[in-house]
Design a protein around this ligand. Structure first.
Ligand SMILES: NC(=O)C1=CN([C@@H]2O[C@H](COP(=O)(O)OP(=O)(O)OC[C@H]3O[C@@H](n4cnc5c(N)ncnc54)[C@H](OP(=O)(O)O)[C@@H]3O)[C@@H](O)[C@H]2O)[C@@H](O)CC1
Ligand SMILES: Nc1ncnc2c1ncn2[C@@H]1O[C@H](COP(=O)(O)OP(=O)(O)O)[C@@H](O)[C@H]1O
Ligand SMILES: [K+]
Length: 501
């Protein structure tokens, strides 16, 4: 597991290390600057000039210290001050004074500063770090634009200036870096888009922060690394299909068999022992061909009774893929959710049209008693929350958490970086996967993977997190072998069979 920080959490780790653990601020800063120096030296070619654009906070101070170290390493390096002296932090003033004492050039952000930026082989972006708190304007914005327009390679200190370390939002304008050297932990704003796209190659330098205090470490967001797959239950030798759950998939309205097939197959491929597709009679033939391993309940008559029987049979319930929004689908979703609320021992994963129907029917009081996972993409999340997609993308983890609070569920907010949250506690941010997965049907596969993990006995929250992670790994496996255009959702599902999890 890798911990991820917001900007404020990182500032708290700084404060704790310096004020409570008494690690000198300048020691941390020197190690940060050394890491930046090394990154720049790997790119620098003799004859090229290095220009650092520095703000007046400690990010700027890091940039000034890096200029000193590069100059001492024999490179022509100089600094441009984007901020004003009266706003300088103590460390920033000190680093500037050292440069002046050593007769290393320091310029104001005026006149020929822009020519210097244009002429640099390497630019060090040290305008703002994790302390950026509002939109960038004026000279700062002009400096950032000049850096982006220059031909030189940009190395950002800690985070590209202009990116919110909390949300990845671009606050007015932001640097597009070739490389970002960050300290201690990756920040949420470097993982979430658009910030993630501004970082270029992201390296994490260990600079000697104190261990995170327990109270704070429990609040930090996290992502998975490959070793975390060891946390999943192994398939016991002495088992049979009944050992791995009975998964009922309520999916596929008339002639919408694909979603049901992808979901059911993916549940098997994630380890489910027995899958029942509950669908319309019209889908029977095709589904028997696509998923011959599934048993089937069709709903041509006695709908309510047949749904009730399938619910009684199931230990895991999936609701929604390709279900449509008809009156019948509405009745079905209401019946299944009501049942789920009375049976918390049977987790319900609700996706797609089940989410749309849920947002259209606020009178269905589902909050509280059940064991519910909702898997909305941003459009569905927008409807569930009554908040525009644009607004919720400003703070995607916050929106996912709000949805979890509103519906009393584990929420899987699907996006290029899928976020899993409950009403309280830290969020999980998925870092596997790629844009080949931005295709119809990928979400049906995810829902199936989560169901398969639930059927193996993985608790709801973990099934949601591992589901997103494994789903992304399957997409990554495809792209490594075939490139990023040609994958279909069926290919994605097939890749699940080739992963160890
Ligand atoms: N020893 C340490 O502590 C270590 C710190 N480290 C480094 O410090 C960085 C954090 O430093 P930081 O906290 O000083 O904040 P930073 O990102 O430099 O900028 C904030 C400044 O900008 C200002 N400001 C904000 N928004 C603005 C806007 N839109 N437009 C204009 N101004 C704006 C804000 O002022 P204010 O909001 O108070 O007006 C503040 O003065 C961190 O990323 C890492 O690089 C590492 O070396 C490790 C050791
Ligand atoms: N650019 C991307 N990078 C990583 N994952 C992506 C990307 N685009 C989509 N995905 C993943 O693909 C899935 C798409 O789900 P969804 O939008 O519900 O598709 P559908 O409804 O067509 O099945 C989600 O799990 C999402 O996280
Ligand atoms: K920066």
């Amino acid at each position: 597991m890798e911990l991820l920080c917001s900007g404020k959490q990182m500032q708290e780790i700084d404060r704790y290390s310096i004020q409570e653990m008494k690690i000198p601020s300048l020691v941390l800063m020197e190690r940060a600057a050394l890491a930046v120096r090394d990154a720049v030296l790997r790119r620098w070619k003799p004859g090229g000039r290095i220009v650092a654009v520095c703000g007046s906070g400690n990010n700027g101070a890091d940039g000034l210290a890096a200029v000193r170290l590069l100059s001492q390493a024999g490179c022509p390096a100089e600094a441009i001050l984007a901020g004003s002296e009266e706003h300088e932090t103590r460390e920033c003033r000190l680093q500037r004074e050292i440069l002046v004492n050593l007769e290393i050039p320091v310029h104001r952000a005026a006149g020929d500063a822009y020519d210097k930026i244009r002429g640099a082989q390497i630019l060090i972006d040290a305008v703002f770090g994790v302390g950026l708190s509002r939109n960038v304007k004026g000279t700062y914005a002009r400096m950032i634009e000049a850096v982006n327009q220059a031909d030189g390679q940009v190395v950002s200190v800690d985070i590209p200036s202009g990116v919110s370390a909390d949300t990845g939002k671009v606050l007015g304008c932001a640097v597009n870096a070739a490389e970002t050297v960050t300290f201690g932990f990756r920040k949420l704003g470097q993982i979430l888009y658009p910030g993630a796209g501004c970082c270029g190659k992201l390296t994490v330098a260990e600079i000697g922060f104190a261990p995170v205090p327990g109270t704070l470490s429990e609040e930090l967001a996290y992502t998975f690394v490959t070793e975390d797959l060891d946390g999943l239950p192994q398939r016991e030798a002495d088992s049979n299909k009944g050992s791995f759950g009975k998964t009922a998939v309520f999916a596929g309205c008339k002639n919408m068999a694909g979603a049901a097939a992808l979901c059911g197959l993916s549940a098997y491929r994630a380890g489910a022992g027995l899958v029942r597709l509950v669908t319309e009679e019209e889908n029977r033939m095709i589904l028997q061909q696509l998923v011959p391993e599934a048993v089937m309940t069709t709903l041509e008559r006695n709908r309510k009774e047949r749904i009730a029987e399938a619910l009684e049979w199931a230990t895991v319930i999936v609701l929604g893929p390709g279900l449509g929004r008809s009156e019948e689908a509405g009745e079905e979703v209401r019946q299944v959710l009501e049942y789920g609320m009375k049976h918390p021992e049977k987790p319900v994963a609700a996706d797609a049209d089940a989410l749309n129907l849920l947002s259209e029917n606020p009178q269905w009081r589902i909050k509280g008693s059940g064991n519910l996972i909702l898997t909305p993409h941003p459009g569905e999340l927008s409807r569930l929350l009554g908040r525009s997609v644009e607004k919720l993308k400003e703070d995607f983890p916050g929106a996912v958490r709000d949805c979890a609070e509103k519906y009393g569920a584990v929420v899987v907010g699907k996006d290029s970086r899928t976020v899993v949250s409950e009403a309280e506690g830290p969020v999980f941010v998925n870092t596997s996967g790629n844009s080949a997965m931005a295709k119809a049907g990928s979400g049906d596969v995810l829902c199936g993977v989560i169901a398969g993990l639930l059927a193996r006995g993985v608790p709801a929250r973990s099934a949601a997190e591992y589901g997103a992670y494994v789903h992304g790994l399957a997409g990554d496996l495809w792209v490594r072998e075939h490139g990023c255009q040609g994958m279909t959702a069926m290919d994605l599902s097939e890749c699940l069979s080739r992963l160890w999890f």
